[in-house]
Design a protein around this ligand. Structure first.
Ligand code: MN
Length: 289
């Protein structure tokens, strides 16, 4: 297996999102790295909220892409204009295909808002190909127990397989184009080589500890994203005495024009204007409460 080398390291910047919660955002990067088909990666927290402090993203639209929410700590409630609502807890995944459009709300659960507590999670935006941008919205809501997990033979590496395949385990979530999304936890001494198909672009975001990445063992630290070069496998091993955690993202680039305005991601400016019009005239519906 030809190992992918680290091509570039991007350090996440901090930014306020929604009604004012802080995220670490490696992507889109300040340097404008092209990460097709991924549009955004936000790490929310980890944060310890005091009573009344927790905030989220009240009613907002989406069209033309998918939003993936993956929680590690805390509890979130989401609602949308399709009449759908539910809770997300630690380890749960919501893979929402916004398609032609939904109005969405993502807020900390009532008890987290009232009493405060710890919150940590991710939101990832995956672009849709032109042919799917106006598809009917759909959800894949997968509780923690149903997210396939695998351990390396030596027990030093564990992976939650949200999308794609790892250590012989196949994800249950269905993606519109080939996408890999995996949460890796490596204990000290772990070394793995994860295959990633040559037609995929691959990114590794470290959010705890540090990892040595690629055949040259380039150090990627907490809050940094490695943009991987071409090849097949990705070689990972631990650095230092503590465990390390990372998200592996990979996908086949769409190679289509991207017109992007806030929560709308289409192919042309005309389609963006249409999306704004459709939202403003209520055609994406509203959340009934
Ligand atoms: Mn949303």
């Amino acid at each position: 297996m030809s190992s992918r080398q680290v091509q570039q390291i991007v350090t996440a910047h901090r930014q306020l999102e929604g009604a004012g919660f802080e995220v670490r955002r490696p992507l889109p990067s300040m340097g404008g790295v092209d990460t097709d088909p991924f549009l955004l990666l936000d790490e929310m927290g980890p944060v310890d909220y005091g009573p009344g402090e927790a905030t989220g993203a009240p009613d907002h639209p989406h069209r033309g892409f998918e939003t993936v929410s993956y929680l590690l700590q805390g509890r979130w409630v989401h609602e949308d204009s399709m009449g759908h609502s539910g809770f997300l807890g630690p380890g749960d995944v919501q893979w929402m295909t916004a398609g032609s459009g939904v109005v969405h709300s993502e807020m900390p659960a009532e008890d987290l808002r009232r009493e405060g507590g710890r919150f940590h999670g991710f939101q990832i935006w995956v672009n849709l190909p032109a042919r799917d941008k106006m598809m009917a919205p759909r959800y894949q809501e997968i509780p923690r127990e149903q997210i396939p997990t695998a351990n390396s033979e030596d027990g030093l590496a564990r992976v939650q397989v949200i999308a794609g395949e790892a250590l012989g385990v196949q994800a249950v979530i269905e993606t519109r184009t080939p996408v890999v999304l995996q949460h890796w936890l490596l204990k000290p001494g772990a070394q793995i080589e994860q295959p990633v198909a040559p037609d995929h672009r691959a990114y590794l975001y470290v959010f705890s500890g540090a990892l040595a990445v690629g055949p040259e063992g380039v150090e990627v630290r907490d809050g940094q994203m490695a943009v991987m070069g071409s090849g097949e496998g990705i070689l990972l091993s631990t650095r230092g005495s503590g465990p390390s955690e990372a998200l592996l993202l990979a996908g086949v680039p769409l190679g289509e024009p991207v017109a992007r305005y806030g929560p709308f991601v289409m192919n042309t400016e005309e389609e963006i204007r249409q999306a704004m019009w459709d939202y403003q005239t209520g055609q994406m519906g509203r959340i009934q409460r």
